[in-house]
Design a protein around this ligand. Sequence first.
Ligand SMILES: *[C@@H]1O[C@H](CO)[C@@H](O)[C@H](O)[C@H]1NC(C)=O
Ligand SMILES: *[C@@H]1O[C@H](CO)[C@@H](O)[C@H](O)[C@H]1NC(C)=O
Ligand SMILES: *[C@@H]1O[C@H](CO)[C@@H](O)[C@H](O)[C@H]1NC(C)=O
Ligand SMILES: *[C@@H]1O[C@H](CO)[C@@H](O)[C@H](O)[C@H]1NC(C)=O
Ligand SMILES: *[C@@H]1O[C@H](CO)[C@@H](O)[C@H](O)[C@H]1NC(C)=O
Length: 337
Amino acid sequence: MSTNYVKCLVFILVILILINMCDCKKKDVKTKKRKVDRSGVMYKNPLTHGRHKNVTSKEQARGFFGSGLFPFGKVIKLFTAPGDDDGRECQPSGHAVARAGVCLNAYECHDRQGRASGECAKGLGVCCVFEVSCGNTVQNNLTYFMSPGFPDLWNGEEDCDITIHKVTEGIMQLRVDFVHFTIGQPNRTTGECDEDAMILGEGANNFTVCGQNHGQHLYYTLTNEREKRDTEELAGARGTRLRIRIRGSEMPRIWLLRLAQMPLAHSAPHDCLQWYRENNGTIKTFNYAVNGRHLSGHDYRACIRHNVGYCSVRYTPCDSRSFRIGSGGDQVQNTDP
Ligand SMILES: *[C@@H]1O[C@H](CO)[C@@H](O)[C@H](O)[C@H]1NC(C)=O
Ligand SMILES: *[C@@H]1O[C@H](CO)[C@@H](O)[C@H](O)[C@H]1NC(C)=O
Ligand SMILES: *[C@@H]1O[C@H](CO)[C@@H](O)[C@H](O)[C@H]1NC(C)=O
Ligand SMILES: *[C@@H]1O[C@H](CO)[C@@H](O)[C@H](O)[C@H]1NC(C)=O
Ligand SMILES: *[C@@H]1O[C@H](CO)[C@@H](O)[C@H](O)[C@H]1NC(C)=O
């Protein structure tokens, strides 16, 4: 009947408007249109996940008509999943401060408060960059934590904390890459980070570091949230705190840390703070820098992955002064940059 037809038309219009409303924070209507149009192509694209492949247009229609407004995001997601590249690391385009993003569909990137920076998965997704600074919470894999005003230097007026939540229950470890890192030096006499410090975790499980550490990395085993709840009688999962403690005198500070959450398969072996996976590389102590002092209380293992086709490791000091082990309180230093 023609009235039905009209009703249907009205409904479709409503849906289109809703799509626009969902997207209203986006810059312009043109991009929206392109996205909606493209979704048709995406739906047919062989890159799309297996579980999405079989959805017929009838089922999609059911999604629209049957489940009301709330699952709308899911419907959109279904349209625009960037296929096998969903969740993969990607290189953002343009002048992104960070070095890597995660390939997601545009809606999901927006929804998770990421910044879309170029395309990925042959244009089916956007390279979504996650950045946080003081006071924020990390809820996505591959999140960059940066100093206030980065890439400008920061004089440091107060402590800067973030909280890291596991993106899924299966996460074992956090890999922290020090892309840039300069804060105050340790105590000259004791080597302790008693003023400025980066403190990851709380209590006896914390890892503390200060000084200059660009190029370094570490693996930190995240507490099992359930164990934590049992011991601390806290109902909500609290996550892991990462604090940059500012105590030293005014000085230029800067950091950019890449935080990747590692499932068991990508975790470092037990008891390895550092895990070198390349065929060659440089092992440095933390705060290995001109005028940098070895940090006290750093007793850890740097492990090297046994890569396929290799049978031994050759270690050489980078220069004649770069490997020194002190006795009782003296400097301890390893290889040079
Ligand atoms: C997709 O459809 C085919 C044939 O209709 C069926 O054999 C297959 O199990 C379906 N796959 C999924 C993921 O539903
Ligand atoms: C997070 O990203 C890293 C680097 O791309 C990757 O190795 C790791 O598997 C990812 N973690 C999850 C839970 O997807
Ligand atoms: C360094 O540590 C020593 C011994 O604990 C202390 O007396 C001194 O004040 C510290 N220096 C600074 C600059 O905090
Ligand atoms: C970090 O752990 C050490 C012992 O491993 C402890 O002495 C220190 O007080 C802890 N620091 C913080 C801020 O919890
Ligand atoms: C280190 O490894 C990279 C690739 O893994 C290779 O390109 C480079 O030549 C190697 N350098 C040395 C000194 O072996």
